[in-house]
Write a protein that binds this ligand. Structure first.
Ligand code: NAD
Ligand code: IPM
Ligand code: MN
Length: 354
């Protein structure tokens, strides 16, 4: 009997490698996940779906018509990246990733930013002081996709409307408070000086939710000032809660603090319905595709977040430990100054798994 047949627990995973470096990093993610799980007699039943730009080229859509019912039948989704030079970005994104986030109502996007010993960053101060998580609203706000374009030429008009619901705002801010450490509190990201409707409601909801968590300090910051302070004093952030667009932008800034976008992981969650999609923060990186140099760590750590979601905390910790150990030895792909290829770095991580 092979190890998979002897497994004590099994999880059904929908794997969507997607475009560009997505398949390159997800392949290494799956190798490390399977190795880490095997040591605990846990099996992953992974089904792969080749949706994305190549699918679009053949069928004129990014995924099949029944795709949303397919993805919702799994325990979790492991996703690479979407985006290619052949399909317009907005067509690709709104044909694949956004419908899944919205259909499964994955309203929480968790993006931890924790520096790794051994990885050089631009900052001279101790990198260990960078330990924050961005809680990004993931289904509405600036990404409501409401609007239109009229007329052509000089008279053209483009309208792009944000939609903030009180319910959607309250549930993401409440999630942040529920998961915040009392010592360091919540930083609520606003821009209510300029956005006098959506962000004033955001501030009111922050105030109301905060009143229910009297032990958790709450700070309100405008997004521009937050971006500045993340660079100058990142240790002052712990649990940031932000709208869809602000959270998107600040999470790439956060990845910059880590030293590379290739290191950042994320979980798209609906905690009420136990649904989750796990993907690196980065995109399809067409500038490095096919070279075998993409950093797999963001994908591997997204896999660790998926294991935690599936209740496999111990395996998730093993994976994080192995990643930390390998990066701590100064190993890495070129984006962090290393000489490893994508698969070589994954080999090292697999070796480091106890
Ligand atoms: P990107 O994240 O793909 O790349 C930005 C920069 O970071 C590039 O220089 C790239 O080489 C580098 N980079 C990213 N991931 C890396 C990794 N794992 N290892 C080493 N370097 C890495 O962002 P972009 O260039 O703005 O977008 C490219 C495409 O990806 C676009 O089509 C965009 O819409 C899409 N995109 C998709 C997602 C997603 O699937 N969640 C996220 C962001 C962008
Ligand atoms: C991300 C990406 C997506 C987003 C793009 C591909 C629409 O940048 O996951 O951070 O903005 O959510
Ligand atoms: Mn992004």
């Amino acid at each position: 009997m092979g190890p998979a047949a002897m497994a004590s627990r099994r999880h059904r995973i929908c794997m969507i490698p997607g475009d560009g470096i997505g398949p390159e990093v997800v392949a290494q993610g799956v190798r490390t996940l399977e190795k880490a799980c095997a040591a605990h007699a846990v099996a992953l039943d992974i089904e792969e779906y080749e949706w994305g730009a190549k699918y679009y080229d053949r069928y004129g859509q990014m995924m099949p018509a029944d795709a949303l019912s397919v993805v919702e039948s799994f325990d979790a989704i492991y996703f690479g990246a979407v985006g290619s030079l052949e399909v317009a970005d907005h067509v690709a994104v709104w044909g694949l990733l956004m419908p899944i986030r919205k259909h499964l109502d994955l309203f929480v996007n968790v993006r931890p930013i924790r520096c790794f010993a051994g990885v050089k960053t631009m900052r001279t101060a101790s990198p260990q002081d960078v330990d924050m998580v961005i809680i990004r609203e993931n289904t509405e706000g600036e990404y409501a996709n409401v609007g239109g374009r009229m007329y052509q030429g000089e008279n053209e008009i483009a309208v792009q409307t944000s939609v903030f619901t009180r319910r959607g705002t309250a549930r993401i801010i409440d999630y942040a408070f529920r998961h915040a450490a009392p010592e360091r509190g919540v930083q609520s990201i606003t821009k209510s000086n300029a956005l006098a409707f959506s962000m004033t409601m955001w501030d009111e909801v922050t105030r109301d939710v905060s009143a229910r968590y009297p032990d958790i300090p709450c700070e309100r910051l405008h997004v521009d000032a937050a971006a500045y302070r993340m660079v100058i004093a990142p240790h002052t952030f712990h649990t940031m809660v932000a709208s869809n667009l602000f959270g998107d932008i600040l999470s790439d800034l956060g990845a910059g603090l880590l030293g590379s976008l290739g290191l950042a992981a994320s979980a798209n969650l609906n905690p009420d319905q136990s649904r989750g999609l796990f993907e690196p923060v980065h995109g399809s990186a067409p500038d490095i595709v096919g070279r075998g140099t993409a950093n797999p760590v963001g994908a591997i750590l997204s896999g660790a977040m998926m294991l935690e979601f599936l209740g496999e905390d111990e395996i998730a910790n093993d994976l994080r430990g192995a990643v930390g150990q390998v990066l701590g030895r100064g190993l890495g792909t070129p984006d962090i100054g290393g000489a490893c290829s994508t698969s070589e770095l994954a080999d090292e991580i697999i070796q480091a798994l106890r």
